[in-house]
Each structure stands twice: as C-alpha cells, then as structure tokens.
Design a binder for this molecule. Structure first.
Ligand SMILES: C[S@@+](CC[C@H](N)C(=O)[O-])C[C@H]1O[C@@H](n2cnc3c(N)ncnc32)[C@H](O)[C@@H]1O
Length: 219
C-alpha cells in the first residue's frame, strides 16, 4: 500500500522533467495561494513576521508570501529540494527577497538550520498526504524548535466518527482512513495537538478540496 504519493520511486524527477511543478502540489495555483494568504492574514500575519512554510513544494504560497513579507522573512522546507528549486527559479519574480538557502530540504520535520525566531508556520496539504502517525512527532518538533511561534496553520481532511471507510469531502474529493488522501477524526487531532503542547481551534471555512483548517497555538 502507498503511504504517500510523494514516496513513489522517481515521482519528483518524472514530474519535474514533464514541467509539472504546479500540478504535483495540487494545481489550482492562484486560487489556493490566495486561500492560504487569506488564512494567514486572518490569523494576524504581518510583513515583519517570520513565516515557515512546511512542505512548501514549488512555492505556490511562496510566490505570494515572499513579496508580502519583509525580505528574508520566508522559510520553506520540503521533502524535495529539486521541487523547491524549480519553484524558486520559475515562480519567484524578485529573488532578492528570498535567499535560496532559506529553502531547506527536510523530509523528517527536523527543520535543520532554521532560526528560532520563526513566529508563524503553515503546513497546507501536507499531512493530508501522509499517514496519521506522521503528525504527532512533527507537531512535537515544531513546538520544540520554535519557541517564538504564535500560530501553526494546519490543513487536514476530516471525516465523521463511525465505521472506517471512504468519505466524500465537500469539494468532491474522496478521502480514506488507510491510504492517501488521508482523513482524520477531529477529536484525535485535537488530542495529538494537546499532547504536543498546543491549543487547537478549528476554523469554519470552506477551503479548496474540502480541507479543514486547524490553528494551533502554544498552550
Ligand atoms: C499537496 S503538496 C502541497 C505543497 C504546498 N504546501 C502548497 O500548498 O502548495 C504536498 C507537499 O508536501 C511535500 N511532502 C511530502 N512528504 C513530505 C515530508 N515527509 N516532509 C516534508 N514535505 C513533504 C511534498 O513534496 C509536496 O510539496
């Protein structure tokens, strides 16, 4: 069974060779970047904050967040360095606003070399593609690494409690308890956030593909 589509052998190489750096993060490029920016602004993001985009892919959010933030205030991590570099080359108009070494390859949520001064973080469409067991250690890592953090925005697919099975989200996407795209139960995620030292609030928003937004703040 595939635990994550991103783990398929040659996945990034094939997609990048075919010029599909937008498609492999889910497409719907401007719409999704605007939705991400709207969520961050609603949670209080301002240009002087330092934003970490966890699983940033080809800079779908980055292409809007980098011009908004003060120069050097955006950091991105992703399992694929090549995907981030393609986004940097193709999607970022003013490269002077983002030193290339602020895009850090990291598949373990260890955040190597990132500054402790990061105060906003977002993981959009990342844990929707990873098995549930990936979330608790990643949350613990974020909590431990970034003492100045004000908010972590996290998108997930949710499904009602009940017999496990596929669930059709508002946007038509069918999610699963045992394969990607994965869905979770509200209470489980709430408990995992609490165990990692966060308070979690769900936002009542309609996001692309029917994802739900959780905002985690240090407890
Ligand atoms: C659906 S895309 C979303 C990308 C970006 N957040 C956005 O909204 O445009 C999921 C991203 O998660 C990344 N990813 C998958 N597994 C990861 C891991 N273990 N650690 C970090 N990033 C990962 C993928 O490379 C991909 O860029």
């Amino acid at each position: 069974m595939t635990l994550s589509p991103y783990l398929a052998p040659g996945f990034y190489d094939k997609a990048l060779a075919a010029g599909k750096h937008r498609d492999i993060v889910g497409g719907r490029w401007e719409e999704t970047a605007e939705a991400q920016m709207a969520c961050l602004l609603a949670e209080g993001l301002r240009p002087q904050h330092q934003l970490l985009d966890i699983g940033c892919g080809s800079l779908r959010l980055g292409h809007m967040a980098v011009p908004f933030l003060d120069p050097g205030h955006y950091w991105g991590t992703d399992a694929s360095g090549a995907l981030m570099r393609r986004g940097y080359e193709v999607e970022l108009a003013d490269k002077a606003r983002l030193p290339a070494d602020q895009l850090v390859e990291d598949a373990d949520f260890a955040f190597p070399g990132l500054p402790e001064t990061i105060d906003f973080a977002i993981a959009w469409g990342v844990f929707t593609h990873l098995p549930p067991g990936a979330l608790p250690p990643a949350l613990a890592s974020v909590r431990a690494r970034f003492p100045a953090l004000k908010a972590l925005l996290l998108t997930l697919f949710l499904a009602p409690e009940g017999p496990p099975g596929p669930f059709r989200q508002r946007d038509g996407v069918v999610t699963h308890p045992n394969r990607p795209p994965w869905h979770r139960h509200r209470a489980e995620v709430q408990a995992e956030a609490q165990a990692a030292g966060f308070t979690l609030a769900w936002r009542d928003l309609i996001l692309p593909r029917g994802q739900c937004l959780a905002v985690l703040s240090p407890a």
